[in-house]
Ligand binder design. Sequence first.
Ligand SMILES: Nc1ncnc2c1ncn2[C@@H]1O[C@H](COP(=O)(O)OP(=O)(O)O)[C@@H](O)[C@H]1O
Ligand SMILES: [Mg+2]
Length: 439
Amino acid sequence: MRGLVEAVEAVPDREVYGRVVGVRGLLVEVAGPLGAMAIGGRVSIEAAGGRETPCEVVGFQGDRALLMPFAPLEGVRRGCRAIVGAAEPGVRPSRAWLGRVVDAMGDPIDGKGPPKEGPLLYPFRRSPPPAHARKRLGAPLDLGVRALNTFVTCCAGQRIGIFAGSGVGKSVLLAMLARNTACDVAVIGLVGERGREVQEFLQDDLGEAGLARSVVVVATSDEPALKRRQAAYLTLALAEAFRDEGASVLCMMDSVTRFAMAQREIGLSTGEPPTAKGYTPTVFAELPRLLERAGPGVGAGTVTGIFTVLVDGDDHNEPVADAVRGILDGHIVMERSIAERGRYPAINILKSVSRTMPKSTPEERRPLISKARRTMATYADMEELIRLGAYRPGSSPEVDEAIALNGPFERFLGQGKEEATRLGEGYAQLASILGVSET
Ligand SMILES: Nc1ncnc2c1ncn2[C@@H]1O[C@H](COP(=O)(O)OP(=O)(O)O)[C@@H](O)[C@H]1O
Ligand SMILES: [Mg+2]
């Protein structure tokens, strides 16, 4: 009922429009009923031949509204009508969206026709639930990837980042998580990817079974900044919709860096001053607003967030990486040097942290995990010397043990694309490597 009333109310009773009075770069200036327009609202420009270009209100200057387009501006000229649309645009998702691939506007791009709409409107932009009303993080979540389950244990509703350069295996890892995590629904946002990678991701990595319980949102790198940014908003909006239905949702975004770049492009166009690496102040305001939307809700449902961050040139202190690390409850670091020696997923366990640990590790497993970490750290410290042959076996029992265990640990941390290891199995395998008897 509520949905129906909302839908009826959303139908405009009259058409309100202004006129295009100027175009500056990506900005369209519109004069007219400014009182009917609000930041984030939709305005549609009627170009020559009746073609409509959807735009978003991004600012005001003097007696003009500033709009940015979701599509190329070809055919737009002075005097074109600018029809005021929804003040709070959004989508009406339903379970029928599962298995579908949509663009940033929520329109299907898999050629299977429009999915059935749900009753409620989920705005693209929404504030996270109030902190005091939110549920606490849930139980440890089985991610199906043993290196993460054991050493970077995440809880349902946690938000974690994957930090890696390009080609280190982020997409493959995301697809493994989408297929194997013990959740009800996965929402995957591919923001600013190359077009070719999207098909590869869908067909080779995610596969049919993975897609069946997922919704994939795609905005490729060639699309306007506004669309790339909105793809990120839509990803969160869909996750919120399933969460409000009570589902345990895995929300993944590849990558947050491209979202930040889209926001930078929008900010610079509207005249914001550039700061670190050209990023504008709104980038650092929008990042927490976006990422905070993942997390537990006020009801039974929860959104676990996994966000990738590009750290090209291995600069882990680049401004976006820095900002994101501060917002999230943990980070997974993937390294090129590990990928180069053929161990996938190329996660550096010693540099990865889940801030819910050690609480998320069962009490009786904690000694096991810390022993394994210590042994790996010992090996990492001595690695150079060992490789140079400068370490004399027998001089330190700890180092000898670390050398002996290095092979088994490497095999444990590696995991094939098609393989899934359940939470309990991972601990058992680790226990057997360390020669600890199972309790
Ligand atoms: N688990 C894995 N097993 C085997 N090969 C992998 C695995 N993960 C990644 N790779 C290899 O690494 C390449 C790049 O991975 P990809 O996920 O596309 O990187 P990124 O998304 O970080 O750019 C893949 O084409 C694949 O050959
Ligand atoms: Mg990728």
